[in-house]
Design a binder for this molecule. Sequence first.
Ligand code: NAD
Length: 455
Amino acid sequence: MSNDTFRDLSQNPLVQRLGVPRIPVLRRHTPGAPLLAGPALVGSVGGGRFAEPMRALLKDAGVPESMTDSSLAGGDDGRLAAVVLDATAARTLDDLAAAQEFLTPAVRRLAPNGRLLLLGPEPDADDVEAAAVAQALDGIVRSAAKEVRAGATANLLVVHPDAPPASVDSSVRFLLSARSAYVDGQVVHVGVPVGPVLDPVGMDSPYDVDRPLAGRVAVVTGAARGIGAAIADTLARDGAVIVAVDVPAAGAALADVANRTGGTALQLDITATDAAERLLAHLRERHGRVDVVVHNAGITRDKLLANMDADRWNAVLAVNLRAQLALNAALLEGDLLSDTGRIVCVASTSGIAGNRGQSNYAASKAGVIGMVRALAPRLAQRGATVNAVAPGFIETEMTARMPLGTREAGRRINSLRQGGLPVDVAETVGWLAQAESGGVTGQVVRVCGQSMIGA
Ligand code: NAD
């Protein structure tokens, strides 16, 4: 049983007979599980250069490839676990029509929890039709995400013209896998990877599907409970060495997280004036470097703007934004962040759409997004990336305490018709934390099931 009683009830055939729609049970990652539960169909329009490398990636992951003709389908029932279209070379309305021709029969065959993934071009400012077509793909994906059923998702990777084929691999793997269960209707840009050129997949150091973060040192703030604890658990499962940070008052829970992940605990109020200094000293002494920094600690002190006071305002801004600015500045100045450094900031859909009673919280989370965009080019110079994940409605202690009506509304107003789990945010952080994700920087990825709020 989950804490979503309505979703659990909707699985009952008797309840379904009353006309109550079934709310899908999302497939989530378990170590050792295959990338996809069935065959994938890969197509391209306009002669894109990513279809063949993606076929190779899928083959490498043991995914059978299906043919366009459904009579040649690999799945027992003709169902497809994934439909992938390389439209990076699409420039004309004829290319767009070819995309529709490929997608329509393919989407009909999409299995429950299936994945629709499009790769598109950056808009070309010198070619108006090509720019329109590039943006049209956005419309296709966002609409398809609202149409596909039974836990299926649709997402778009917008690929830089100079990005080498391998630069999309970690993003393709993530968006096809069960790790991206609650990432839906998203558009993520992939550029030329920053930092050192990594070995192509399957060459000198084969990509370890189950431990993509092997040996990476990862700091997680606010790690004692909730989403932060899930991030620590998930990154550790994927092979990272965890430095779990939280306030001294959460010391016992923090120690539990550090023990079960085999990491270290650092009791630290991130708003203290010497917080960055103490954290960097801990990292220098214990590990000599840091590969991943997850700014997850966050608080709310809700009040209408008309009734806001300086204490509530300053408390929220101090934890959610000021502390991140200070630590990032220290990381930029110092030499501890490794040359595949990854900073991941937890924002919120409130920072995108705003939320009644949350002008302070939304200011802090929108501020995080602004910070990420400004930091990305600065960090790129030293090979590091910075991105934000923006969770929507996530089933946590915080959301469990909401009044029933507000909670139900929050859960249902997204394409997957349910709240996400802390692990869904954690898996997204895990993808951005990989050394292989160097092509993704300055992005804001919503983990919200394509929530209507702020879409
Ligand atoms: P939570 O309150 O359960 O956990 C936050 C953790 O941060 C706590 O362990 C707390 O002790 C720690 N923390 C707070 N102030 C700190 C400080 N000064 N120094 C060090 N640690 C500190 O919250 P959560 O629901 O797990 O949220 C985690 C993050 O996700 C936050 O940034 C939150 O804004 C964001 N978020 C949550 C949701 C949701 O639905 N729960 C939605 C969008 C965004």
